[in-house]
Write a protein that binds this ligand. Structure first.
Ligand SMILES: [Zn+2]
Length: 110
């Protein structure tokens, strides 16, 4: 099962990297000097699209981080173990969410 998950995660990692590249090149306001110049109400409309791109890219980066962490854990043999209580995470939960760090019980408590 772990091999299968690894394949899924590797494919997702490549997919996320591709999307990040896409957002990088499509961002018309990639200049960091422009992104911080939102001082008036007029500027909000202009930067709305930019903010959405930034938010999407942030989401992709976070997701990529989770995927890479899960892949590293598979290599280390610690994948599928709850980082909070140290118990094994239920298989069906891992199948639905291969990047899960917490078992269902700990997730509820956090
Ligand atoms: Zn737990």
């Amino acid at each position: 099962m772990t091999e299968q998950i690894k394949n899924i995660l590797t494919a997702e990692r490549e997919n996320l990297k591709r999307q990040l590249e896409l957002y990088k090149s499509e961002d018309p306001l990639a200049d960091p000097n422009q992104s911080s110049s939102r001082t008036t109400d007029d500027a909000i409309t202009v930067s709305e699209g930019h903010d959405r791109i930034v938010a999407t890219r942030l989401g992709l980066k976070q997701r990529l981080h989770e995927v890479e962490r899960a892949l590293a854990q598979i290599d280390l043999g610690t994948w599928g173990i709850c980082t909070n209580c140290g118990k094994e995470i239920a298989k069906d939960r891992l199948q639905a969410l291969p990047t899960a760090q917490l078992c269902a019980q700990c997730e509820k408590e956090v």
